[in-house]
Design a protein around this ligand. Structure first.
Ligand code: CDP
Length: 233
């Protein structure tokens, strides 16, 4: 507890489906609070990239335990907005379509979830973190003082993802259409919600925020005011 400023450090868990605005909200919220932002989706994406680069994907469909050796010394760290996998900057690579297509499958493997859950709990042990993902409020930090569940219409989410890809890729690279993105997002929602291990679901104490009609500033302000209520002592 930080007595000098009259606030205490808490854990803020932000869960929700693909492209619901979690990472933007979580990053800006963390900045306003002076907290560390942890993007757990980037961790699952990093493991997926490692699986793809090792040529293991097909074999994992047959024998999921083969992923264990790959996880032994895995190192995922965040430095500002950049993500490093085993010392290599993979910030761009983990957003590629190839990774997006396979990340839900890799995330459904038990050894992957167990390894990342331990890493995430370690990262949050001093509190003062905003962590976003699918199972942060339900599995990783069920004791998080503030749990948010962000939702938005699928068509709106696809439009947002399209704008994001356009901004990141420039004009030279072909990107999926809004319709293709909506299908990909809906498919990922189905896999994430339907899996047995740590499925995407709202914790009973989570505050649901529908970001469909909100601007980024509005959604950050809303979540920030909820955070202030919880940090006040
Ligand atoms: O940014 P976007 O909403 O596209 O997804 P993400 O947050 O980068 O997460 C990518 C994928 O990782 C999700 O679709 C889930 O399959 C998986 N994931 C998970 O299983 N558990 C988490 N805590 C975070 C992500």
């Amino acid at each position: 507890m930080d007595i000098t400023s009259g606030t205490r450090k808490i854990i803020i868990a932000i869960d929700g489906p693909a492209a619901s605005g979690k990472s933007t909200t979580a990053r800006l919220l963390a900045r306003k609070l002076g907290y560390t932002y942890i993007d757990t989706g980037a961790m699952y994406r990093s493991v997926t990239l490692k699986v793809l680069e090792a040529g293991l994907l097909e074999r994992l469909h047959e024998n999921p335990d083969e992923v264990v050796s790959l996880l032994e010394n895995i190192d995922v760290i965040f430095d500002g907005e950049r993500v490093f996998l085993d010392g290599r900057d993979v910030t761009g690579a983990i957003r590629e379509n190839m990774v997006s297509r396979h990340v839900s499958f890799v995330s459904s493997l038990k050894p992957v979830r167990e390894t990342l859950k331990q890493m995430q709990r370690n990262m949050g042990r001093k509190r003062g973190v905003v962590m976003d993902g699918r199972d942060i409020g339900t599995v990783v930090f069920p004791d998080a003082e503030l749990k948010i569940f962000l939702v938005a219409d699928a068509s709106e989410r696809a439009k947002r993802r399209h704008v994001e890809l356009l901004q990141k890729s420039g004009e030279s690279i072909a990107i999926p259409t809004v319709e293709e993105l909506e299908q990909e997002i809906l498919q990922r929602d189905r896999s994430d919600t339907g899996r047995t291990l740590a499925p995407l679901k709202k914790h009973e104490n989570a505050v649901e925020v529908d970001t469909s009609g909100l601007t980024i500033d509005e959604q950050v302000a809303l979540v920030f005011s909820l955070a202030l209520e919880k940090t006040a002592v």
